[in-house]
Design a protein around this ligand. Structure first.
Ligand SMILES: [Zn+2]
Length: 246
């Protein structure tokens, strides 16, 4: 037999049940997604990154093999086919946009607008910087956060933590959160420091980091510079790089 107090508690629980039941399902989904993201394996990171690269490649106008952009990039990256155990693959997206990104699977994409603006060594600095985001774990961290929040949480939960094929709209959301979101200043500094090491290890001119950032700082008005929306404060960063050279 229930005591009067117990039956009161039951009554309270039941009367509130419809609202709680709805929230409970969401909460369970969130917990499942969050757990899946927290346990993201290296293989999952690789698989999701490959999927994001394929998704973005599918939407881009890629400079064909043998084109001037593709030939230039192939030449300037001939001695950078891998970096600290990460096999690198490169493509040029033909767009006026000044941008570049790297994904954790070693996919590096340079936008032709950025290549038009920069010398070979400046492009190498950008590549080193983007790889720095991967090696410093920024890309992985973003992936984890993206998979534990919003619409992607349910996808991660449903996939049970394994990298099941995501829909195109889910991949679009992932790209927005992993590739298009702005990095913090401390992440930027870490990636810049990595780029300096990248350049010196390979015998390239580290001053290219300063001149590349100065060019980005001067960009204004007419030209799309989405790199500036994802990589903040080039002026301060150029100054910081200059001090490292001194
Ligand atoms: Zn950056």
């Amino acid at each position: 037999m229930l005591t009067r107090r117990q039956s009161l508690l039951l009554a309270t629980f039941w009367s509130a049940a419809p609202a709680y039941a709805f929230d409970l399902n969401k909460a369970l989904g969130a917990a499942k997604g969050a757990a899946a993201a927290a346990s993201l394996s290296d293989a999952d990171v690789q698989a999701h990154s490959r999927q994001m690269a394929a998704h973005m490649d599918g939407q881009a106008r890629i400079a064909p093999d043998g084109s001037p952009y593709a030939r230039r990039l192939a030449a300037l990256t001939a001695s950078a086919r891998d970096d600290k155990g990460l096999a690198l693959n490169y493509k040029v997206y033909q767009t006026r946009d000044v941008n570049a990104f790297a994904l954790a699977d070693g996919s590096i994409r340079l936008y032709s607008g950025l290549m038009d603006l920069m010398t070979d060594d400046e492009i190498r600095y950008v590549i080193g910087h983007e790889i720095g985001h991967v090696h410093s774990g920024h890309s992985r961290k973003r992936l984890q956060v993206a998979l534990s929040t919003g619409a992607l949480r349910d996808a991660a939960g449903a996939a049970g933590g394994t990298a099941a094929a995501l829909s195109q709209s889910q991949l679009g959301e992932l790209v927005t959160q992993v590739v298009r979101a702005q990095h913090s200043q401390s992440n930027e500094n870490e990636a810049d420091d990595y780029a300096m090491g990248f350049l010196s290890r390979r015998g390239h001119d580290r001053k290219a980091a300063v001149s590349a950032l100065e060019k980005l700082d001067k960009l204004s008005g007419g030209r799309d510079s989405s790199w500036l929306s994802t990589h903040p404060a080039p002026k301060d960063r150029a100054q910081r790089m200059r001090q490292q050279l001194a």
